[in-house]
Design a protein around this ligand. Structure first.
Ligand code: FES
Ligand SMILES: [Fe+2]
Length: 439
């Protein structure tokens, strides 16, 4: 890669070089400097609840296994055999006591350690051969309120530092009710889009602007004028910490309203006082409001629909979307199912609203590549960053959700990671003392 990433992004005014959405050399550097050094979301604890249960997923383009070991710890390790490189596990999920490679029969434990192989004595007769050197490479693993993250980077700060004060905002979806959260069985989808992974990530981190145009085709015929949703800059915000961002308004159930399920809205209203008592009015309103969020780099969610998704990079112009529905464990089963069906109807591969987005991101990716086209930068100049100093709100807080503030701070983080040789060159906004709930 010949360019410094800082030259490709002007996050203060708001311009972005189009090459970052298709250039293979930039993409290769992203795999090395962003994906191999970030804490990446790999699973919800509810997906690997029992000892021996596992799922397979990706960290960057690296296939990994997430497995619950006997002692209850969750391990994450590469899904590629150190013998000849074969994929070790082909299932999306399951239960077992070990993983055995199809090719020559090497067997690995739930912690990734090499346990045995056919003709083991022949290896043991080789001077210097040690079983412990040939396990499946393990990642560091840490959880925040049910969400499991992993990184292959030994130098990365702790997950708590990586998320920083964004945890305070995350509690609006992870800690609104007693008993924690879960991913709903049957509420998961996988799909592929021919777009760069950053288009969906930057859309979720702060682009409510597109909803006023892109989604009207789907939402106006079903929900009435403006899709039944109020979006303006009164009573709305963008917040950002370490490149993670959330844009939202104070509507409490604005996103949820667009699923068009009155039972579900009745239920949410019945919980409003209790959630407000728990989180304060400000964060309670984030629970289901007109909102979207991204945890840097590629883990996003929509409060209200409660769809959570990763944008897995599959080359510079292809992205695999893994999506789930997250709900409080204590929610009545019937309401959980309404959320599952509601998010499938709207934000799934066949959903009314997700199809609108995919088409835009695919065309943005391909139309950016022309020789002349690439010499005009993209505009991310809507509204200034960080205009609000409101007591109790951590991070960079901008007034008004119609803004490119979070997207600029997402690309600022991206450029920092792309250019930094080591973690010592990457600033992290370290969490401050536990903030009080803002009213
Ligand atoms: S490649 Fe896995 S045992 Fe040979
Ligand atoms: Fe959208």
């Amino acid at each position: 890669m010949t360019h410094k990433a800082a030259d490709l992004v002007d996050w203060t005014f708001g311009t972005v070089d189009r090459r970052i959405f298709w250039d293979p050399a930039i993409y290769e550097r992203e795999l090395e400097r962003v994906f191999a050094r970030s804490w990446l979301f790999v699973a919800h604890e509810s997906q690997v609840e029992l000892p021996g249960s596992f799922i397979t997923t990706y960290m960057g383009e690296d296939s990994v296994i997430v497995a619950r070991a006997g002692a209850g710890t969750i391990n994450v390790f590469l899904n590629s055999c150190p013998h000849r490189g074969n994929r070790v596990c082909f299932a999306d999920s399951g239960e077992g006591r070990q993983f055995t490679c199809n090719y020559h029969g090497w067997a690995f434990g739930l912690d990734g350690a090499l346990k045995k192989m056919p003709k083991m004595g022949l290896y043991k007769s080789t001077p210097g051969f040690r079983m412990e050197d040939w396990g499946l490479k393990r990642a560091r693993v840490a959880s925040y309120k049910g969400l499991v993250f992993a990184t292959f980077c030994e130098e990365a700060p702790s997950l708590d530092e990586w998320l920083g004060d964004f945890r305070w905002y995350l509690d609006a979806v992870l800690d609104a009710e007693d008993g924690g959260t879960e991913f709903l069985p049957g509420g998961a989808t996988r799909s592929v889009m021919k777009c760069n992974w950053k288009f969906p990530a930057d859309n979720f981190v702060g682009d409510i602007y597109h909803a006023l145009w892109t989604h009207l085709g789907g939402s106006e015929p079903t929900l009435g004028r403006h899709g039944g949703v109020k979006v303006d800059n009164a009573g709305s915000y963008q917040v950002s910490v370490n490149g993670h961002g959330w844009e939202f308004n104070d509507s409490f159930l604005g996103n949820a309203a667009t699923m068009g399920d009155r039972e579900l809205l009745r239920y949410m209203r019945s919980r409003q006082d209790a959630i407000t008592a728990r989180l304060g009015r400000f964060r309670a309103n984030m629970w289901g409001s007109v909102a979207s969020a991204t945890i840097f780099p590629n883990f996003s969610f929509l409060p209200g629909y409660f769809t959570f998704r990763t944008f897995q990079p599959k080359g510079p112009t292809q992205t695999e979307i893994h999506a789930w529905t997250l709900v409080p464990k204590n929610m009545p089963e019937e309401i959980k199912d309404r959320f599952r069906r509601g998010s499938m109807r709207t934000f799934s591969p066949s959903g009314l609203l997700e199809m609108d987005d995919g088409e835009n991101w695919e065309h943005s990716t391909t139309a950016n590549a022309g020789w002349v086209t690439r010499n005009q930068r993209l505009c991310y100049a809507m509204a200034p960053i960080g205009e609000v100093e409101q007591e109790g709100l951590p991070g960079s807080v901008s007034a008004g959700q119609l803004s490119d503030a979070n997207q600029r701070l997402f690309y600022k983080r991206w450029a920092q990671m792309m250019d930094a040789e080591t973690w010592a060159d990457m600033p992290v906004e370290v969490p401050v003392a536990e903030p009080e709930a803002a009213e």
